[in-house]
Design a protein around this ligand. Structure first.
Ligand code: NAD
Length: 250
């Protein structure tokens, strides 16, 4: 039997990068997957990739920084597949590169709205539904910058530290209700968020900071997320697990 057989899973930001890899991994393991993204074309593309390989998936457009959209995304999931067992709250953005003393308050608000408030809104409504189901597993995508600084990205660092704290709170509050909540901290991954913001030299320089001397892949993060979403990790909650090629070890 596959790891996520008969489970209903939700992934935000599933149109690209880590979110798409997680959605594909969930589907491969037998889950019915609801994919949300603000980008309709990319989200629908992920659904097509999954369906073409025999999986079950459905797209719902949503802005993860909106509380009402997060509420609606849970409602759509339940009306389509009847329940919600697994959620990967992945949608996120980097924001501009500026030192804290020059960082525009508007940019701060946008990054926090998606990366931190968005994860709270998602969990808020997912938890309500998972309680009705009798359990569930949430995996929030943080970053290594949930633990160490990302100089010139103060809002990103603050948002990801916040996600780690929120994850621990949820784990403590819902452990008795059969709901687990964990955070994953990817190191530098070859995905749009990085490619759009850095040139090749900068990407190589970052890769060389990790003992493995390479960037990670979205699929490597998806494997960890799938493990944390499944019963294989049944005693793991409130954890923040880093996958970074050793970047934060040195
Ligand atoms: N790529 C990396 O190196 C890296 C490292 C650590 C953590 N992360 C985290 O992983 C997550 C995914 O990153 P990625 O690299 O796959 O990025 P990506 O840009 O490839 O994908 C992000 C997806 O989120 C969607 N999105 C953006 N704003 C949205 C919104 N308001 N509502 C709904 N969807 C929205 C985008 O359309 C896109 O499909 C983010 O939370 C990011 O912070 C990435």
């Amino acid at each position: 039997m596959s790891l996520l057989e008969n489970k209903v899973a939700f992934v935000s930001g599933g149109g690209s990068g880590i979110g798409r890899a997680v959605a594909e991994a969930y589907a491969r393991e037998g889950a019915k997957v609801v994919i949300s993204d603000i980008n309709v074309e990319h989200g629908e593309e992920t659904v097509k990739v999954i369906k073409d390989s025999g999986g079950e998936a459905f797209f719902v457009k949503g802005d993860s920084s909106s509380a009402s959209d997060n509420k609606r995304m849970v409602e759509v999931t339940v009306s389509k597949y009847g329940r919600l067992d697994i959620a990967c709250n992945n949608a996120g953005m980097g924001g501009p590169a500026k030192p804290t003393g020059e960082y525009e308050p508007d940019a701060w608000d946008r990054v926090i709205a998606l990366n931190l408030s968005g994860v709270f809104y998602a969990c808020r409504y997912q938890l309500e539904q998972m309680e009705k189901n009798g359990g569930g597993s949430i995996v929030n995508i943080a970053s290594i910058h949930g633990q160490v600084a990302a100089p010139l990205s103060p809002a990103y660092t603050a948002s990801k530290h916040g996600v780690v704290g929120l994850t621990k709170n949820i784990a403590a509050e819902y452990a008795q209700k059969n709901i687990r909540c964990n955070a994953v901290g990817p190191g530098y991954i070859e995905a749009a968020l990085l490619k759009d913001n850095l040139n090749n030299d900068a990407m190589n320089a970052i890769a060389s900071k990790a003992p493995m001397n390479r960037l990670g892949t979205a699929e490597e993060i998806a494997e960890l997320v799938t493990f944390l979403s499944s019963e294989k990790s049944s005693f793991t909650t409130g954890s923040y697990i880093i996958a970074d090629g050793g970047y934060t070890a040195v």
